[in-house]
Write a protein of this length. Sequence first.
Length: 217
Amino acid sequence: MNQILVVEDEETISRLICASLRRAGYHCTAAYDGAAAADLIEKRDFDLALLDIMLPGLDGYDLLDYLRPMGVPVIFLTAKGSTKDRVKGLRLGADDYIVKPFEIDELMARVEAVLRRTGRGGQTLSAFDVTMDVVARTVKQNGRFIELTPREFSLLEQLIRNRGAALYRDVLYERVWGGELLDSRTLDLHIQRLRKKLNWGDKIETVYRVGYRLKAE
């Protein structure tokens, strides 16, 4: 489980980010000011840090100086959205830069992308009797390989990464099909095939007027 440090002084935003990260299978640690974050960085190992720039005490740029020698990738989350600010953050060594306000789905996608790019993303995902290798793009169930199409694989990955959370249909279309306009039955047919191939009829749940959810273990 990837360890992610979230340094954000607005507690409401911090709680939302951490709740979303935990649903996606990450371990999240929150700090609300720069000094507390620096103490955590000295004592613990992190796979990724999400940093606000404008913080009480040490700011996000100071914390980036702490993290760079350790090789910890950093995503800035900030209201400082000018081109000058973006360029400064990236030139100082940040791996990505997201301007507030942002959509939580975009943040999750950026987190996954940075972890993959820096070699820190988890290679395997598991739920119930299934294990996925997201690099080799293989699926095993009780040790036996299961053949999935690329779309089925991506759909299963989203369900496992967000296990226990209801995923809206439009979110799944965006993440799996890239927002491509499709017949409304396309998602349903892919879900039916996944249920059949994995014998997960009772595990992939339909959420009325929302979409689908993988049952929490």
